[in-house]
Write a protein that binds this ligand. Structure first.
Ligand code: GLN
Length: 457
């Protein structure tokens, strides 16, 4: 209980950084009381009494689920996401809804209708996105764990920018029931942790089959929080050359290579590998994701959810609601998506992108079949950039260059802090084969221990 009061006392710090879209101390206290009553249970949950912040596109029945958008401002869901239900069953305390790029579209949290979130380590910089509020809530020390979502890197990239741990599980490992859809074939719920252990525990709690989500997979969930008990000796770690281009920031490269040296010293074998279609990932993602978004966001029509702006007749009402409710990036994506799906362009863009997506997934399959256990890469090409410094949408899209591939292929991937440049955190990315989160987390535990304070210097 005192933990929750401590966390509540830290919220004003979060307000200064614009971390929460909605927070209510009495709501957190009510959840804490329920958790308190679980203390006497024979097997107390893995997260008993732990406050967990939740991204604003994951449904909760108290507080808003507004997706960082005017169109859902103040909207409260009639049902709860399975991930939240599972967290509560494990004793966790849902702790506020966090700011995000509108509907998850962005890499900086600047596309929120409720203003940008600031990076707790450098308040003039972005925290990354789209789950920037969740990453910042952990980095600011308000909560040790937060839920985020990923379509193309929205957990890993902000984790890297904020110096925390972020996990995107395999597609199908965690139920998306209650996650507001952006691009359904790419969407995942993921977790942030202050440490690898925090993130591993959170993943363990939310993973598993759910009858409400037909894409969730019915297979046993390992005890991720025990992954650190096995050393990395004998593991083969691939270093894909396409993720270390000549143009890569020299310090980002150096920090990642130091991390690989540490893993080698622990007995892992480091192998140079190639994922030849990596360069096609950004254009592929930015065709498929907007295409799916244009269909998913059709439901926001002023009739069934949230905002409604009046007009003369139905058509004008739709137009007024959608043009008044969606911000510029969401509008751009809907237009792009509608274009690539339209007759005459479908084959040239959408179908071709789906084919390239298969090639990208095949790259991963081939490298893992060749005996590589996990891959190691930078999470993002640069550290956090200043708020307002990127105005070109395409330049913003390039921030996802190393993360969208794992969403296109569906493989699990995570970011761990590997050091800082001038006080700004750098993340290293570990990617594993489908449903082998265990090996990925095992490497993360080992690396965290081996780097020690170096990861935060
Ligand atoms: N930044 C990417 C985009 O804008 C990824 C977003 C996400 O993962 N939700 O689409």
């Amino acid at each position: 209980m005192t933990d929750i009061e401590d966390a509540i006392a830290r919220v004003p710090h979060g307000d200064a950084l614009n971390i929460f879209v909605s927070f209510d101390a009495s709501d957190a206290r009510a959840h804490a009381l329920t958790a308190e009553q679980m203390k006497s249970d024979t097997s107390p949950g893995l997260l008993l009494g732990v406050p967990v912040a939740i991204k604003d596109n994951i449904a909760t029945t108290t507080l808003t689920t507004s997706c960082g958008s005017r169109i859902l401002e103040g909207y409260v869901s009639p049902f709860e996401a399975t991930a939240v239900t599972k967290l509560r069953a494990a004793g966790a305390v849902p702790f506020g809804k966090t700011n995000m790029d509108e509907f998850g579209m962005g890499s900086s949290t600047e596309h929120s209708a409720f203003g940008p979130t600031r990076n707790p380590l450098a308040p003039d910089r972005v925290p990354g996105g789209s789950s920037g509020g969740s990453a910042a809530a952990v980095a600011a020390g308000i909560v040790p764990i937060a839920l985020g979502s990923e379509t193309g890197g929205s957990v890993r990239q902000p984790a890297a920018f904020c110096g925390v741990v972020g996990i995107k599980p395999s597609y199908g490992r965690v139920s998306r029931y209650g996650l507001v859809a952006f691009a359904s074939s790419l969407d995942h719920i993921g977790v942030f942790g202050a440490t690898v252990d925090d993130a591993a525990r959170a993943l363990e709690v939310i993973a598993g089959f759910d009858e409400h989500d037909a894409t969730s997979v019915d297979m046993p969930v390992p005890h991720y929080h025990t992954a650190g008990e096995r050393s990395v000796k004998g593991l083969v770690i691939g270093r894909p050359r396409e993720y270390f281009p000549d143009s890569l920031d020299a310090e980002v490269r150096r920090r990642c290579d130091v991390a690989l040296d540490r893993l080698r010293a622990l007995g892992a074998e480091i192998r140079d590998v190639s994922l030849p279609h990596t360069g096609l990932a950004i254009p592929t993602y930015y065709i498929i994701a907007p295409a799916e978004a244009s269909a998913n966001l059709a439901r926001f029509d002023g009739v069934r959810y949230g905002l409604r702006m009046e007009g003369q007749g139905l058509r004008e009402m739709y137009e007024a609601t959608r043009s008044g409710g969606f911000g510029p990036e969401v509008t751009r994506r809907i237009m792009l998506g509608t274009y690539v799906l339209s007759a005459g362009y479908y084959d040239a863009y959408y179908r071709k992108a789906q084919r390239v997506r298969t090639l990208i997934a095949d790259d991963f399959r081939a490298v893992f079949e060749s005996g590589v256990d996990v891959l190691f890469t930078p999470t993002a090409p640069t550290p956090a950039f200043p708020i307002g410094s990127i105005s070109d949408p395409y330049a913003m899209y390039l921030s996802d260059i190393f993360t969208v591939t794992a969403n296109l292929a569906g493989v699990p991937a995570m970011s761990v802090p590997v050091g800082r440049i001038g006080g700004l955190p750098i993340g290293g990315q570990i990617i594993a084969k489908h449903f082998d989160e265990m090996s990925m987390v095992r490497v993360a535990y080992a690396l965290e221990l081996a780097l020690g304070a170096e990861a935060r210097q």
